[in-house]
Design a protein around this ligand. Structure first.
Ligand SMILES: O=C(O)CCC(=O)C(=O)O
Length: 277
């Protein structure tokens, strides 16, 4: 569990910098598994993000294990309470020397969740540095609410719609979250953050796991699914997702496709995005 002063810092700043949580053998296992399953993008022609890098816990037993890691869940429970869903997960895989980047954004913009209690645990499977394009945050920026974004058609922008904050930002107050492999950072859904291209000679890999308390609602008409990873769900706002029994499990592949299709439909009608366009 986190210490009270860490919880206070998260409330004040909107993030916690890297906490060492994964052991060295775990980093090796998850890094190798991630390379094997997500190293090469599988594009489905609709989404900008490769389908094997979105919600991989519905496809691969190793990812299903990662989202249930006790050390990560203990920290998450300290921030959002004991009843926890995984709502989403993205493998942020930046190849060596790749120009891909993540523009300044707030995660809440494209999730359509309320209240704003979603927290992302960003799990470093390699070191993450300024040179290889670590996440950078604007401390305290989660306190000023949801801000307008615009779509960004740049193919190198890694977000599903290339969402980019369309307000003036004081980038000079940005803080890089430099992490060692095995560290996990945590950020609030309204925290403004971004990451630059990977200028190093090795891949930079992080897995962003989106956790929500079970009382959080999704605001669009599409009914979404989520995975209960701790506690109980007394609300029934989401359909429960099955876990993969093995890699290339046919049932898991169709559950994953179904979940992504619903997410895609919902993201087209997120209220924040509607107001903006
Ligand atoms: O990994 C990155 O470069 C960006 C991550 C991010 O935007 C997120 O986890 O919300």
């Amino acid at each position: 569990m986190l210490l009270p002063k860490q919880i206070e810092k998260y409330a004040k700043n909107g993030y916690l910098p890297g906490i060492p949580i994964l052991s060295a053998p775990e980093v090796k296992h998850f890094n190798e598994s991630c390379h094997r399953c997500c190293g090469v993008e599988i594009k489905d022609g609709i989404r900008r993000q490769a389908s094997n890098r979105v919600k991989p816990f519905l496809l691969y037993p190793w990812a299903s294990k990662l989202i249930r890691h006790k050390g990560i869940l203990d920290a998450v429970e300290s921030l959002i309470g004991p009843n926890i869903f995984v709502f989403h997960t993205t493998v942020w895989f930046k190849n060596a020397g790749a120009g891909n980047y993540v523009p300044w954004h707030q995660d809440a913009t494209y999730f359509g969740l309320y209240p704003y209690e979603h927290v992302t645990a960003w799990v470093a499977l390699t070191d993450s540095t300024l040179e290889n394009g670590c996440v950078e945050v604007l401390p305290g920026s989660h306190n000023s609410g949801q801000k307008p974004h615009r779509d960004n058609r740049d193919e190198l922008a890694m977000l599903s719609r290339g969402q980019t904050l369309s307000i003036n930002l004081d980038e000079s107050s940005g803080v890089p979250l430099e992490l060692s492999a095995g560290d996990v950072s945590f950020h609030h859904t309204l925290l403004m953050h971004r990451s630059a291209p990977n200028k190093s000679r090795a891949p930079r890999i992080g897995i962003g796991i989106s956790y929500i308390p079970t009382h959080v609602k999704h605001l669009t008409k599409t009914r979404l699914s989520a995975t209960l990873v701790r506690g109980v769900d007394r609300f029934g706002y989401f359909d429960k997702e099955p876990s993969p029994k093995k890699e290339n499990d046919e049932a898991a592949i169709s559950a994953h496709a179904e979940s992504l299709a619903r997410f895609q439909e919902a993201s087209e009608s997120i209220p924040e995005m509607k107001e903006i366009h």
